[in-house]
Design a protein around this ligand. Structure first.
Ligand code: BT5
Length: 264
């Protein structure tokens, strides 16, 4: 892919500037550096492969060449959005989910807060990072990695959660760059609903494991087990504990696992 061709495919979207790399360390790192140097709202970094792609909690995200999407969108949150920065990663998850559904992908769900699953397997990971100057946010970088075609799924021993790619699930290849366009168009569209009850409703509708028993593990090792009830208006996860009481968990450094034997 050459940048002018990609620009053509993305034409009409509110993306004023684009940087494309056949290989880079991390598109999030590139985007954060660029944001510090004054990148505009909607500027986009795209890479065919990443050598130091990052996930949450210092985990690694693997982007193999020729088959996946790895991109980071630079956004300048409005004063109203600044109050709800934690909604941007779920916004990315909703955009990818809707684009997948439009392709005819079955059983698309969002594992709270923002992993996208197909038939219970991870197809997309999202990492939101922000850069600040004194007390002011300069930009929010929304990094999205999607396993699109065969060759994009990392070996099982590199994974803490089962993974898949779109091609394996819909049994046909997907045009990566057109799919990128669809994700971005959907993202800009759903962003208009941030942070309304309609946004929460759409997120809740596609939430994985509702009504099922799950385990929540915080970074300090504290675990809660219970039935997943849904999300609150603030996007917190609602869990019903064994004693019938309800507990809610804010987004943050938390892992969620369904309580089935394959995840123990
Ligand atoms: C995430 O973290 O899922 C966020 C991933 C964000 C990646 C994008 S790509 C563009 C941008 N640039 C970056 O440098 N990052 C962003 P987390 O929930 O912590 O999941 C990380 C875990 O997912 C790893 O520990 C692996 O087990 C697993 N994993 C790594 N690569 C994967 C892949 N390609 N498909 C499925 N799972 C993967």
């Amino acid at each position: 892919m050459k940048p002018p061709e990609l620009k053509k495919i993305l034409c009409g979207l509110p993306i004023p500037e684009l940087r494309y790399f056949p290989e880079t360390g991390s598109t999030n790192e590139d985007a954060l550096q660029w944001a510090m140097k004054g990148a505009a709202e909607g500027a986009l970094v795209v890479a065919d492969s990443q050598t130091y792609g990052r996930g949450r909690l210092k985990r690694q995200w693997i982007t193999l060449p020729g088959s996946a999407l790895a991109f980071s969108l630079i956004l300048k949150p409005t004063p109203q959005e600044i109050e709800h920065l934690s909604f941007f990663s779920p916004l990315g998850a909703l955009a990818v989910s809707h684009a997948l559904i439009k392709l005819g992908t079955p059983e698309v769900k969002v594992k709270w807060p923002n992993d996208v699953l197909i038939k219970g397997r991870k197809v997309c990971g999202i990492l939101g990072e922000s850069c600040w100057q004194e007390n002011q946010i300069l930009a929010l970088v929304l990094g999205i990695g999607v396993n699109v075609n065969s060759g994009s799924v990392p070996p099982a021993d590199e994974l803490i959660y089962p993974a898949t790619c779109i091609e394996a699930e819909i049994e046909r290849g997907v045009k990566r760059w057109e799919f990128l366009r669809e994700i971005l168009a959907t993202l800009f569209d759903i962003r208009k609903k941030l942070p309304t009850p309609e946004f929460i409703k759409q997120w809740q509708k596609i939430l994985a494991f509702v009504g099922e028993k799950v385990t929540i593990e915080q970074q300090n090792g504290r675990k809660s087990q219970g039935k997943l009830l849904g999300i609150t208006a603030k996007g917190e996860l609602r869990l019903q504990l064994g004693n019938g009481l309800e507990e809610s968990h804010a987004m943050g450094d938390i892992s969620l696992r369904p309580r089935s034997p394959k995840f123990k």
